[in-house]
Design a protein around this ligand. Structure first.
Ligand SMILES: NC(=O)c1ccc[n+]([C@@H]2O[C@H](COP(=O)([O-])OP(=O)(O)OC[C@H]3O[C@@H](n4cnc5c(N)ncnc54)[C@H](OP(=O)(O)O)[C@@H]3O)[C@@H](O)[C@H]2O)c1
Length: 292
């Protein structure tokens, strides 16, 4: 029997979620809509966005769903997105930073950033900081960022020097760096927002059968992903911890934590717990984005 979901739990709340077109993000958005939130889906592709919106409304006929288009790999777009959110919504109760990319060969954007660093981290840093006025206006708000156990292999400063170097580039390493950054960012944000009404937490969703590893990914990653498929969880299940952090009353006052299976979890590397590293990352990110 399906668990009871209170359709009024999030009544009157506005939740912005990035990467809602598929995978974990789609199911997170659908289930938060089922709990009564107005969902703002941020997607980069109009057709996939409309499909996600229509599927949510089909599953939850009373759902309130808006779509905003933004390619998060360009910070100019992130600024435009934040401005549009500011024009449309007086307050934001929850921001779910879910969008992410597992890069293939080295790709540098027209703004000069490596693809996964900017999509998975710099855009999260920029968007969250730019939306703080709307989050603050909610009185009590939550920032939920989808990180990964892959943070275990991440490095920040050592990688910074080689991130854009084609001879030294490893797409998997770049992904892990960005996921470590999600955790350090969350720690520092929670620290900076202490004594405000805004909490910040992050999570590992499990190993989830989504489109994260895609035709552009390296053959090694595609092979490993293919072998691992029978052990992966569905995207619907992978969405559970995001849904929990965005909506559960019991975590309303919890901040600066890493979650798995909807429970606080141990970080897998000393780097991820390092306060100096967290504030250094903030400084690097502020320099790279011109925000914060
Ligand atoms: N799957 C796993 O095992 C796993 C494990 C740990 C952490 N995660 C994290 O979970 C999050 C969701 O990933 P997923 O597994 O659900 O993968 P996914 O199916 O590939 O979904 C990723 C989402 O991000 C969007 N996205 C990617 N680049 C974007 C950009 N430049 N601008 C706007 N949207 C963009 C995608 O949009 P399009 O549809 O346009 O591509 C898609 O909606 C990611 O942060 C990932 O790092 C996943």
């Amino acid at each position: 029997m399906a668990a009871f979901v209170d359709p009024k739990l999030l009544h009157g709340k506005t939740i912005l979620l990035t990467g809602a077109s598929g995978g974990i993000g789609y199911f997170t958005a659908r289930e938060l809509a089922r709990r009564g939130a107005r969902m703002v889906l941020v997607c980069r592709d109009a057709e996939r966005a409309e499909k996600a919106r229509a599927n949510i409304v089909h599953a939850v006929p009373e759902a309130l769903v808006d779509v905003l288009l933004c390619d998060l790999s360009l910070l100019a777009n992130v600024r435009e997105l934040a401005a549009e959110v500011g024009r449309r919504y007086e307050k934001l109760d929850v921001l779910v930073n879910n969008a992410g990319v597992m890069p293939g060969p080295l790709r540098i954007t027209t703004e000069g950033h490596e693809l996964s660093w900017v999509t998975n981290h710099l855009s999260v840093f920029a968007l969250t900081n730019l939306l703080l006025p709307q989050l603050d206006a909610a009185g009590k708000a939550r920032v939920v960022t989808v990180a990964s156990d892959g943070h275990w292999l991440g490095e920040i400063e050592a990688s910074q020097a080689v991130r854009n170097d084609p001879d030294k580039y490893s797409s998997f390493a770049a992904y892990c760096d960005s996921k470590l950054a999600n955790i350090l960012f969350t720690n520092e944000l929670a620290h900076r927002l202490d004594l405000t009404g805004i909490t910040a937490n992050c999570l590992h969703p499990g190993i989830v059968d989504t489109g994260l590893v895609n035709p552009n990914s390296s053959w090694l990653l595609k092979t490993m992903w293919g072998l691992g498929k029978p052990f992966m969880v569905s995207p619907e299940r992978g969405a559970q911890t995001s849904i929990f952090l965005a909506s559960a009353p019991e975590v309303a006052h919890v901040s600066g934590r890493y979650f798995k299976h909807s429970k606080p979890a141990r970080l897998l590397s000393g780097n991820a717990q390092n306060r100096t590293e967290a504030s250094r990352l903030w400084q690097i990110s502020a320099e790279e984005t011109g925000i914060g």
